[in-house]
Design a protein around this ligand. Sequence first.
Ligand code: 13P
Ligand code: SF4
Length: 326
Amino acid sequence: MTAKGTEMTTATYEKVRHVIPEVEWATFEPDIEAIERLKVEHDAVILAHNYMTPEIYHGVADIVGDSLALAREAQHVRAGTIVLAGVHFMAETAKLLNPAKRVLLPDLRSGCSLAESITPEQVRALRAEHPGVPVVTYVNTSAAIKAESDICCTSGNAVRVIESLGVDKVIMIPDQYLARNIAARTGVEVITHPGACEVHERFTPLDIAEIRQGNEDVVVLAHPECPPDVVQAADYAGSTADMQAYVEQHRPAKVALITECSMSDNVAAGHPDIDFVRPCNLCPHMKRNTLGAIRASLEHGRHEITVEPSLADAARLSIERMLAVS
Ligand code: 13P
Ligand code: SF4
């Protein structure tokens, strides 16, 4: 907060004081003020994923959440423009649910290793190999993959989505680890694909053993995109929103979130009383979102996300079926 900081940025700083030093905040203030002005000028809202850095998450976002919350909230946006501070598949999902609105992604390079791991031909081959078995697709995929699917899921609703199908076998793509973790919780046989999140696949049970060694009372929460042996070594597994809810409900004295780095910062900002042990891996795609990129996105109307019309209806149906379940 600088002497020049406005009432707005000064009030916002109070939310992040615990995780952003004053001297660093001062460098963010001009962009935050400009973004707030541009949002009004362009009738825009910012939807931000839980992995955004705190100056975005607490500083300029209008709606924050996990992939499920962002998809749900995208349905209720009234503004004409949505800036999706996240990755490409999230912007595509927002566009599918809002065909008449303008959806902007600040940096087109914000991809995802899961979305890039599978092709429509591979989905068709899995279907041909397992006739009649429904295809449950993680939202971390392109519209082309969603269009080949029966229903989508996120890490926040995968158990409910699979149980809603009332079958004993599903094809769950493209995250092999999420599929195996969900299979263990549902008893449903899961056929999968060798995709993985480049951030979560790097965690190992040894990381958790090391955290516990120096912190006897720590509660370890892991994302279900982590390998099953990591999830088994944790005390709880859930989506980013589930992890946040766990911290808020249980208020552990010490906690470790086995996920992307900004998650701990964003939750820690509101809980100065909780000690966050911070083993984390950065998602290079999420980190393409900066205040400067968001500001430029609003200033220049870039990068507008569109969905191939021949794919849009089928892709939208898979998402809508998921939203009807959860
Ligand atoms: P959730 O926020 O839905 O848990 O997803 C995490 C993730 O890796 C998104 O890319
Ligand atoms: Fe994809 Fe993993 Fe990054 Fe999420 S954290 S966008 S799943 S690479």
